[in-house]
Ligand binder design. Structure first.
Ligand code: SN0
Length: 315
């Protein structure tokens, strides 16, 4: 595996889930693979789970890990081509990427959506430069439009907790004070489509996700109707895709609360975290015994480990 950006990069989903099960039972069984190998994690944006779980996963495989907070510790990087670099960015990605690649065997990179240039974001201009200019495999730690390590962990968690072969999974938009990317929602949809689940997406009008992604997915604008009979409720905020990057509403009635959870089939509650309590989800729901946000976060290690293992095997 030379890149991990979308669900297509993982190949057969059942194989991937099985490999995750093996690694969860035996996290150190392949520690020989990463001996004398180095992974560099580059963060252009904040991170808690991705930073820690990816380090843990790489170390379980015997690797050395170097983490760089690019905005704090490196030179500010220019990503536009053909510009006169007379501003505040002293170094170009064109040099920085191959240099970083020369110090390691795998690069992980987090670079969120700009939310002002839809075309550049949806072309994945930034992460594509890493894929082009680094001579080593690239793992997305959340790119402009995808968060694949999260969605892989989400699918794995649903597999762990489901009590029927094909559960009803609902992705619900929830209000938020800031404009957030569509990356988590996009990846969740594309991974659920490959999984053995019935997916329903619910959100206010104007929050439709990219058309291609939603092909074959049930969309229900009535949140309460969507919740009926659900086995898993996955809450997430995202900003508008059509009115790109905009907040169209902060309607608090979309928060996931106890009365809404009553409509479900005793559903489990999921969120990728970090989550704004009493904005996205009520304390009562996230603190209930049906909330699986912590085991979901725990599974970030195993999803990262499958990806890094496969890259190490192909080095
Ligand atoms: C990110 C997002 O893509 O939605 C990362 C999620 C894993 N979330 C945030 O940036 C939340 C920040 C906030 O202000 O709540």
């Amino acid at each position: 595996m030379r890149q991990f950006l979308t669900v297509d990069d993982i190949g057969d989903i059942e194989n991937a889930l099985n490999e995750a099960r093996i690694l969860k039972r035996n996290p150190h069984g392949f520690s020989y693979l990463g001996k004398y190998k180095t992974m560099i994690l580059l963060f252009f944006n904040s991170s808690l789970r991705t930073r820690l779980s990816t380090q843990k996963a790489a170390r379980n495989l015997g690797m050395e890990v170097i983490v760089l907070d690019v905005n704090k510790d490196g030179w500010k990087l220019e990503s536009e081509f053909g510009v006169i670099m007379d501003g505040d960015k002293p170094e170009h990605l064109r040099e920085a990427i191959p240099v970083i690649g020369s110090y390691c065997d795998i690069i992980g990179v987090r670079s969120f959506a700009s939310l002002n240039d839809k075309k550049a974001d949806y072309n994945e201009d930034i992460i594509m430069q890493y894929i082009e200019f680094a001579s080593v495999p690239i793992v997305s730690l959340e790119s402009a439009t995808r968060h694949p390590l999260q969605a892989f962990a989400d699918l794995y968690t649903i597999e762990e907790y489901k009590t029927k072969k094909r559960p009803k999974v609902v992705l619900t938009w929830a209000p938020h004070p800031r404009a957030l990317p569509q990356a988590v929602a996009n990846s969740f949809v594309e991974w659920m489509k490959k999984g053995d689940v019935d997916l329903v997406v619910t959100h206010p009008e104007g929050y439709e996700l990219e058309e291609g992604l939603m092909e074959g997915v049930e969309l229900e604008y009535n949140q309460q109707k969507a919740f009926e009979g659900a086995d898993f409720i996955y809450a997430k905020n995202w900003s508008s895709y059509s009115d790109y990057g905009k907040i169209l509403t902060k309607d608090r009635s979309w928060m996931v609360d106890e009365p809404k959870m009553e409509l479900t089939n005793d559903a489990m509650f999921m969120h990728c975290l970090p989550v704004r309590r009493n904005m996205v989800v009520s304390d009562g729901v996230i603190d209930s015994s049906r909330s699986i946000v912590i085991p979901q976060a725990t599974n970030r290690v195993v999803s990262a480990q499958v990806v890094i293992k496969r890259m190490l095997e192909k080095l």
